[in-house]
Every structure is written in C-alpha cells, then in structure tokens.
Design a protein around this ligand. Structure first.
Ligand code: ATP
Length: 503
C-alpha cells in the first residue's frame, strides 16, 4: 500500500497534477501547487460540488467571502482560545509531534499486531477457522486487546479533561519512541494554536493583528443576515462557499491529505430550533450519496460517528474514504446548534435573528454544516483512479480511471499519421469541438504511445483520424477503460462525448 501511495505521488508530479511548492528552493513543508492538469481536475471537483449544492437544492445559494476577517470573529468562534493541538518535542531528535497522533499511531500498531495474529491463524486453520472464537480465546490477542483498551481509555479521558500532563505520561508509559531516532526523551506537552497571524495596515496607532482564516464557515455565519434579507430566503435554507483555509498543522504528512494551505467546500444550513437532528440525518445521507455517485465503490466509504462532541455540537459524523493509507476523514457533517450565531450576536452586539413568518416569532437559527476538503477529495479521486494493468503481450499500462465528468481532458484528437492531410482534418475536428469540452490535440509519437499518454492522464476518450476519415467522414472513438474502439461519424462525436462527460 505504501508503495502504491508513493507511485501515486510521483505520478501526480510527472504528469502535471501536483508539484511541491517552491520546488527549486527545496520546497515548503505541507504546501503544494496544482499543475496544468491538477487545476482542471480540481475545478471539476469544485463544479461537481457547487452545482449539486446550488443547482440541485433551490434553497441553497453561494457566497465568496474574504480570507481576511475582523479579528474578533475568531475570538467569538472560539478559535483564538481553543483551536489548538497538543504538541510534544523529542529532545534528542529535535522533532516535533502531535501528542494525540503519536498515541493514535501506537494504538493502530496494536490493532495491526492483533490482525496479523488473526491472519496467521486463519492461514493455518483454513476453512475450519472461527475468527470470533479465536479473538475471544487466544492469549496473545487477549493480552494485546486488554493493553489497547487500557491505553485507549486513558487517552480518551485525558483528551476529554484536556489533561496535557497525562498525555505525556501515556507516551512515556507506553515507551513510545521517536520514529526517527528511536529515542524516548520527551518535553512537556503544550497547546499550539493552529491559526496563522499577520498584520494589517500600519497606522500611527500600530497595525492590527489579523488571521488567515482557518475555515470558510465563519464568512458564512457573519453574512447570514445579508444573504437572508437580500435573497429573501426562508428557513430552512443554506449558504455554500468554496475557498482557501490555512492551518499551521504540526504534523503535515501524507502529501495533500494534510496541508497548511488548503481549500474547503462548506455549506451551512440554517434551520428552526428543534428540527436540526432531522436535517443532520438528511445531509448525512445526501452527502454520502454525492460521494457514492462517483462510482468508486460503496465499500470504500464509512461513517465515523463522533462519541465525543464539541461543546457546541449535538451530533457529528465524518465521511471516511479508503485512502491508500487506510480509512480517513474526507468530510465532516456537524449539527452546530445556535452556537456560532449566538456568539456573533454576543461579540458584535448585533441581532442575528430570523423572523419566521410561519411560526410568527423570531429566533437564532440552528445550523447543520457539511464541510469537505477539496484537496482530500482530489486525493481520493486520484488514488481510486490509479491503476496498473497487465495487458496481453506482457505490457503494462498505467491508467487513471477518473470519472469522465471529472477528467481534466475529455477528448484527445489524434491523427493516425503526420501526413496525407490527416493533421489538417484532425485540427478541423478539434476546432469544432473545443468549445464544447476540454480537448487535447496530439500528433507526436506512435498512436500506441499517444494512447498510453492519454490513459496516464485519465482522458476518457480518444478519437483517431485515419485515411478512411477522408473518404467517409468517420473516426474511431477509443474508450479509456475497455480500450475498445468503434467508428462514428464526425457529426456524432460531440453528442456522444458530451453525454458521457457532462458534470
Ligand atoms: P483532521 O481531524 O483531519 O485534522 P478536522 O476534523 O480538523 O480534520 P474540519 O475542521 O472538520 O477537519 O475541516 C473540514 C474538512 O476540511 C476536513 O474533513 C478535511 O477534508 C478538510 N481539511 C481540514 N484540515 C485540512 C488540512 N490541513 N489539509 C487539507 N484538508 C483539510
């Protein structure tokens, strides 16, 4: 799995999807740039989300709020005081870690040990193996399970109590070693705020400290009444936004999974108090449907319901996707009560109430939010799409089976040879089609190599212009996944491809 992940990362670089930021200066930690194909894929993901929110739900509208916001917003939202991760340094290696992540990784290693034990026994006993019985009786499994449960209980309590000393003690007691040097010499655990700060303006009184927003949601909350009034929106209604967010992540690994500058697609749905859990269920189902419609396989998704809720939430779940490194959160769905709007009411002194004509009363609405990372979505698309296929004759091909609607290039236009008027005919076809969808013209190298290149960037269709085209105005259309080819007339191409690639 590790190997596949490495291959995906280098494929992204080699074909112009994702580059490390500032690469000629040896990069910048956990910051990435999207290349010529990456930006197209990312735009298509955003469009797929935006259209499903704003076109398919007539009571959801969009906004685009600024990254800079009044600093008191982050005080009101709780980010200044509580948007922290527990940080620990290893004194010998001088490496920095998130204390909670170190412990989670330790727990995952115990799980792995247990699974290996089970797998070994399953191989040994074959058909007659009873896994449940084995897990309940095998002494090594039981011992590991007991250890895991003990550490997990301590960990959950420490997190709940915000007990930093206990987090450190767990790391010491479990003899968790620094993964690089193997040493166990740790500092205290301290809280580290994830917001980036900068200064705005420079007046005689001094500059104002402002933050780069760590989420897009607050831009929606503070515009709630602007949109409601000018759009004459009636509850229940939603506001959607796509935009950059910034977090000074301590452990920034796994490529674009955890970045310091990333993009979010968030939607806050404003509802009448008392109806929020119903709407939470609705959006939970609705969002999973959106993911599954991409066809990556229903078995690759799971909900992770939160047992431990933030003080302002009364329900929360994550949609997790099977990444090459295990099931991971891609999207969060949270019932946030009236916490944010009430806080803004308190800090700004402005009313954040809605007059409900049906109930004939005013109230601060409750909010259900759906929040998904564009970059994590990008990673799930690329990693599910990446395939190495063994072809007849011993050749392998690398193909990105990106859903046609999201593919950066929809159609490659390829003259079979670079002579006999075929390039001219191909250019004519390309010029007619380029207004309808993203096309790429390619005449360099053998047709086989050109097909491979298109496979590697995930182009769902290739049309090839050959000598027969000049005689009867037909071309071959090759399907990326089946590699089958069929002949269609030039007039049919546009309808045929549009039908299959429209978002
Ligand atoms: P995690 O637990 O993985 O740090 P989170 O629970 O803090 O994520 P939220 O604050 O709920 O995440 O943000 C909503 C979504 O934004 C996440 O589901 C994820 O897709 C995306 N996201 C959050 N942090 C990052 C990041 N550092 N890099 C890329 N995407 C991110």
């Amino acid at each position: 799995q590790e190997d596949v992940f490495k291959k995906i990362v280098s494929h992204c670089k080699e074909y112009g999807f994702v580059f490390p930021s500032s690469e000629i200066y040896d990069g910048l930690g956990a910051v990435y740039d999207y290349g010529q194909l990456g930006v197209e894929l990312k735009n298509n993901i955003k469009k797929y989300w935006w259209d499903s929110m704003t076109l398919l739900h007539e009571n959801v509208v969009g906004i685009d709020s600024a990254i800079f916001m009044h600093p008191t917003i982050w005080k009101a939202s709780g980010h200044v005081d509580a948007f922290n991760d527990p940080l620990i340094d290893n004194k010998d290696s001088k490496k920095r870690y998130r204390a909670d992540v170190l412990i989670e990784e330790y727990l995952a290693r115990i799980d792995e040990k247990i699974d290996k034990e089970v797998e070994k026994a399953a191989r040994r006993f074959g058909e007659s193996f009873d896994e449940t019985m084995f897990r309940q009786t095998n002494p090594r499994v039981l011992e590991n399970q007991k250890r895991r449960d003990e550490v997990h209980a301590r960990f959950a309590k420490a997190l709940n109590d915000g007990n930093l000393e206990e987090l450190r003690q767990i790391i010491v007691d479990c003899e968790i070693a620094c993964p690089i040097s193997g040493t166990r010499n740790w500092t205290e655990v301290r809280q580290f705020n994830l917001m980036f700060a900068t200064e705005m303006g420079s007046t005689a009184d001094g500059a104002m400290k402002v933050y780069l927003r760590p989420e897009t949601a607050q831009g929606i909350f503070v515009n709630f009444l602007n949109v409601q009034k000018t759009g004459r929106m009636k509850i229940p209604f939603g506001i959607a936004q796509i935009g950059k967010a910034f977090r000074n992540e301590i452990v920034a690994r796994q490529f674009i999974f955890r970045m310091r500058e990333f993009e979010q697609m968030e939607m806050q749905f404003f509802v009448a108090p008392g109806t929020e859990l119903q709407w939470f269920e609705y959006w939970k189902q609705e969002r999973l449907k959106w993911h599954k419609a991409l066809g990556f396989g229903d078995e690759n998704y799971q909900y992770h319901d939160h047992d431990k809720l933030a003080h302002y939430a009364n329900a929360a779940t994550d949609i997790e996707f099977r990444m090459p490194f295990g099931f991971k959160e891609v999207e969060g769905i949270h019932s946030r009560t009236d916490f944010d709007l009430s806080q803004h009411e308190k800090y700004s002194g402005k009313k954040m109430q809605y007059f409900d004509p049906e109930l004939n009363t005013s109230y601060v609405p409750y909010v259900v939010e759906t929040s998904i990372g564009v970059d994590r979505m990008f990673l799930s698309v690329i990693s599910s799409a990446y395939c190495e296929e063994q072809l007849e004759g011993g050749e392998t091909r690398v193909v990105l089976k990106i859903p046609a609607a999201l593919a950066p290039v929809k159609l490659a236009v390829l003259p079979l040879v670079k002579k006999d008027g075929l390039p001219e005919k191909a250019t004519e076809i390309m010029n007619a089609l380029k207004f309808s969808f993203a096309c790429q013209y390619d005449e360099k190298d053998s047709i086989g190599r050109r097909y491979r290149r298109q496979d590697a960037i995930g182009t769902p269709y290739c049309v090839t212009i050959d000598h027969q085209t000049l005689a009867d105005n037909t071309v071959t259309v090759r399907d990326r996944d089946t590699m089958e080819q069929k002949r269609v007339t030039i007039d049919e191409i546009e309808k045929e491809i549009s039908l299959k690639t429209d978002i």
